[in-house]
Design a protein. Structure first.
Length: 315
């Protein structure tokens, strides 16, 4: 059975402070404070574990936080992180309850060397087997070449492994020429990649099809509250779920989407579309404070609520 490997090169520690309200007061008292070992690929691995699916999480971690990330290790979330001199970056979320509001503050963490890059390439190469699915998620830390994802994709393809790239900016643009098998940008990331605004579904499909012609198999574009758009060479599917109540947090929904997509592709279920299942995972993540720690029963409950529209592929 092929295994799933998640790669998180710019790991993070997520701090979430919950407040009654956000105002201009000099002193605000948090009603709750929580800290999570995170980063996009880590969140994917957590979501896979929530679905009962085993994955291997690889990445870099600042030396002083190595034990926090290794504490994630479990039978379904197997970890191996390379220690890097310096601090793991922190992400701070201020979450207000009345009115519902989120503010995200990100910091910069460790820098890596070319030797660190070589060590990671060797680690990944040792783990790879044919047909493995390797999920490359998030930004690259300072010191890492912008085309490092391309190098990792080349290594995966040499070992006949399958790749999914979920990044942004130059990291995404430099990874495209290596032809990842699957791509998961959000709308803003796709617009940046193609250099123009994409105001509607047909324009998003057209931009995505240009990437398919460049060698990518399938693309899922996350559209926030408007759902997701799945584009292949044969057709495009716009799927969405109407959520009536205010969510707990939107952080990690894209990572849960990737996890659901990966899980459904490797563990097909009769009469369950992988893309719709992925959307349900993303929606279930709205109700958890820790990114990726979703509830399986919520995923199943959303399947009946998915609405979808299919578009033919322009020839």
């Amino acid at each position: 059975m092929p295994k799933i490997i998640t790669v998180t090169l710019n790991t993070a520690i997520d701090h979430c402070l919950t407040l009654a309200t956000l105002n201009s007061s000099d002193a605000l008292l948090a009603e709750d404070s929580q800290e999570f070992a995170a980063g996009k690929g880590i969140n994917v691995a957590k979501a896979l574990a929530s679905l009962g699916c085993t994955s291997q999480a690889l990445g870099w971690v600042g030396q002083q936080h190595h034990s926090l990330f290794e504490s994630l290790h479990s039978p379904t979330l197997q970890t191996q992180f390379l220690s890097i001199a310096g601090k793991t970056r922190s992400n701070l979320t201020l979450r207000a309850l009345n009115p519902a509001q989120e503010i995200h503050i990100r910091t910069q963490g460790y820098s890596v060397s070319l030797n660190d890059c070589t060590r990671f390439l060797e680690l990944l190469q040792q783990r790879l087997e044919p047909d493995d699915l390797v999920i490359l998620s998030g930004s690259l830390p300072p010191g890492c070449p912008e085309d490092f994802y391309a190098a990792l994709i080349h290594v995966c393809h040499q070992q006949q492994a399958v790749t999914l790239l979920d990044s942004s900016g130059r990291c995404l643009a430099e990874g495209i020429p290596a032809k990842p098998d699957y791509l998961k940008p959000n709308l803003s990331e796709l617009e940046t990649l193609v250099g123009e605004r994409l105001p509607d579904i047909p324009s998003i499909i057209q931009a995505s099809q240009a990437l398919l012609h460049a060698g990518i198999r399938q693309i899922i574009v996350s559209l926030g509250a408007e759902g997701i758009l799945h584009v292949t060479r044969e057709h495009s599917l716009h799927a969405y779920i109407a959520v009536a109540t205010t969510p707990v947090s939107t952080i990690g929904c894209g990572d849960a989407l990737v996890a659901g997509w990966a899980y459904a592709m490797l563990h097909p279920q009769p009469e369950v579309d992988p893309v719709k299942f992925a959307l349900c995972c993303a929606t279930a993540n709205l109700w958890t404070l820790e990114p990726g720690r979703l509830e399986r029963h919520k995923v199943q409950s959303y399947l009946a609520q998915v609405r979808a529209c299919t578009y033919p592929t322009a020839q």
